[in-house]
Design a protein around this ligand. Structure first.
Ligand code: HEM
Length: 213
């Protein structure tokens, strides 16, 4: 087969490592959040608890067992995604650059329903949100480690200002991820073709098509 010139070379909208790790991450997040809410209920930080049917594990021991088991799936999957994202150039190419000005411009466009969606190209709001949720994930992991093993990770615990504050940090990072998911899913609902592409990989577009869609 004749090699194609680079200007017409085709590429999928979402590569298979991004798709697989995205959907495994969703499953792992559901497990982590539901078991985490169960653990929270045993010793609430605020004057509310989560409904029992939104928790996973049945009782505190079960909640903790689920949380620590799913944690390994989440960690392995995140490591795979991060390594692939860095070494394939995906993060550099698709998440950057963005600026305060471009985020503001695209936020206004999104809120007035004037934001064009170019398949295979993230807008500035998406770039900010995806980079932000990765940082929130890091904060969740670090605060989680300092709560899980306060002796072994005493340095981390100290950085967070102690065990009790690390619990608040963990809770607010979880809340930030939940807020991300709500906005993220709303954006997907507004542009449903992105959902199909995140499952199938989407049609292979050449550079010109992906810029015009
Ligand atoms: C029902 C839940 C979810 C649905 C339907 C969904 C759907 C999608 C879709 C369709 C895209 C591609 C957007 C586009 O091409 O413009 C995407 C990307 C992404 N989603 Fe989700 N998502 C969900 C949950 C989550 C969760 C829980 C997280 C993390 C906490 C997450 C993180 C991301 C990230 C980081 C990307 C960018 C992936 C990359 O290019 O590397 N999503 N999601």
């Amino acid at each position: 087969m004749k090699p194609q010139p680079s200007s017409v070379r085709k590429r999928r909208i979402h590569s298979w490592p991004v798709r697989i790790s995205h959907w495994i991450n969703l499953l792992a997040m559901i497990g982590m959040v539901m078991s985490g809410w169960g653990i929270y209920n045993a010793d609430p930080l605020f004057p509310f608890t989560f409904p029992q049917n939104t928790t996973l594990g049945g009782w505190l021991g079960g909640n903790i067992a689920w949380h620590l088991a799913v944690m390994w799936l989440l960690a392995a999957n995140a490591l795979f995604y991060l390594l692939w994202g860095v070494f394939s150039g995906h993060f550099k190419r698709d998440f950057f650059p963005f600026s305060a000005r471009s985020v503001w411009r695209d936020t206004v466009r999104a809120l007035t329903f004037h934001l064009p969606h170019k398949l295979g190209q993230y807008n500035a709001v998406q770039k900010l949100m995806y980079s932000g949720v990765l940082l929130l994930g890091l904060l969740l992991v670090l605060s989680g480690l300092s709560i899980w093993k306060p002796v072994q990770f005493s340095g981390l615990g100290w950085l967070f200002g102690g065990f009790d504050i690390a619990r608040y940090v963990h809770f607010f990072a979880m809340s930030g991820v939940m807020l991300f998911v709500v906005i993220h899913v709303l954006m997907v609902v507004l542009v449903p073709k992105t959902f199909v592409a995140m499952i199938t990989g989407g049609k292979a577009l050449n550079k010109e098509e992906s810029a015009d869609e």
